[in-house]
Design a protein around this ligand. Structure first.
Ligand SMILES: [Zn+2]
Length: 340
């Protein structure tokens, strides 16, 4: 019940239980990467603040206020997001929210305003600042922000910041399973957990993105096929794949780096632990045994080709030249035996 039903973030939960049990108004800032669960916690915090029968662990889950929150119709909770089709929150919309907030709450003892602060420009931030400087007694602000360097320093000095940390593997596994990933096999879940670096929102969006799993399989297979490829395969087929997916280059490069890292792990020990492509361990081991001439030095040279590409893409080289050059260098390293 209350905050305890949420996974992980123990330090944040302990503080929220304290804060929401005190009857005073407050202004909170939830900081941490996108997808970490700030919004989920903000709703639970609002629920606890507005609850009519608050428990030490948070909202009761049973009173009229809790029911309204669950139905998304609580009159004393406002969530401010950009209106449809807009990138940022409009100052006029926020002004209206701030003005309405001065009116007394309708059913609870307080009002809660949750603002997606990532979507506020300086005009909105200045308006929020005014409101934070002279807070109404009944008002609780919760700002959600994934990059606090973009907030006015004066705002930062007026809020209590709670920082959300990445989840460990076990917590990620439990969050993913609660959110519909239970029909995926364990190794695939392990891969997604590692790829999303402890951020559940990222893992969940990848699960729901069929393109991602396809891209990932493509890149993995391409790396496995490299020793059997010729130059023309690289310069036509493989380059055209990257060309088509230019907008996902960061993701593709990361997948390549990971596959190389897994190859290195399998070269170093016969039964490697900590393989990132956990569901493809057998193929990686087979690659290593089929290509005994590929050494750790080759792998590190291939990784260097990728970092050189990344460094080069910051200056103005053509995508075609840089990408083909990178692929040919990786190919050369993985075809070590054939070339010599
Ligand atoms: Zn309640």
């Amino acid at each position: 019940m209350g905050f305890d039903q949420l996974t992980g973030q123990e330090a944040v939960k302990a503080r929220l239980k304290d804060i929401t049990s005190a009857p005073s108004a407050c202004s909170l800032l939830f900081s941490g990467p996108e997808g970490i669960g700030k919004h989920l916690y903000a709703r639970e915090t609002a629920k606890a603040v507005l609850c009519m029968d608050r428990k030490p662990e948070g909202a009761c889950g049973k009173c009229a206020s809790c029911k309204y929150i669950e139905a998304g119709t609580h009159p004393d909770l406002v969530e401010v997001e950009p209106t449809e089709g807009r990138k940022n929150i409009r100052i006029a919309d926020l002004r209206e929210v701030v003005r309405d907030a001065q009116v007394k709450p309708q059913i609870s003892a307080k009002k809660v305003i949750i603002v997606n602060a990532d979507k506020t420009m300086s005009d909105c931030q200045n308006l929020m600042l005014k409101s934070l400087e002279e807070p109404d007694e009944h008002l609780v602000y919760i700002l959600l922000c994934s990059d606090t360097s973009k907030l006015l320093r004066t705002i930062l000095s007026r809020v209590t910041e709670l920082n959300f940390r990445e989840y460990n593997d076990e917590q990620m596994r439990s969050i993913l399973k609660q959110n519909g990933a239970s029909d995926l096999d364990e190794d695939k879940i392990s891969f997604l957990i590692t790829f999303s670096s402890g951020i559940p929102g990222k893992a969940l969006s990848l699960i729901n993105d069929p393109d991602f799993m396809e891209e990932r399989d493509y890149i993995f297979d391409m790396m496995m096929r490299m020793p059997r490829m010729g130059y023309t395969d690289i310069l036509y087929d493989e380059f055209s794949y990257f060309d088509k997916n230019r907008d996902k280059m960061d993701e593709l490069l990361l997948l390549m780096v990971w596959t190389l890292g897994d190859m290195a792990a399998a070269i170093a020990t016969p039964d490697p632990a900590g393989i990132k492509n956990a569901d493809k361990k057998t193929q990686i081991k087979r690659f290593v045994s089929d290509n005994p001439a590929v050494t750790l030095i080759n792998i590190s040279n291939a990784e260097k080709a990728i970092t050189d590409y990344i460094d080069g893409s910051r200056v103005n080289t053509s995508f075609e030249t840089a990408c083909c050059n990178m692929l040919l260098r990786i190919h050369k390293e993985l075809c070590y035996e054939k070339d010599r």
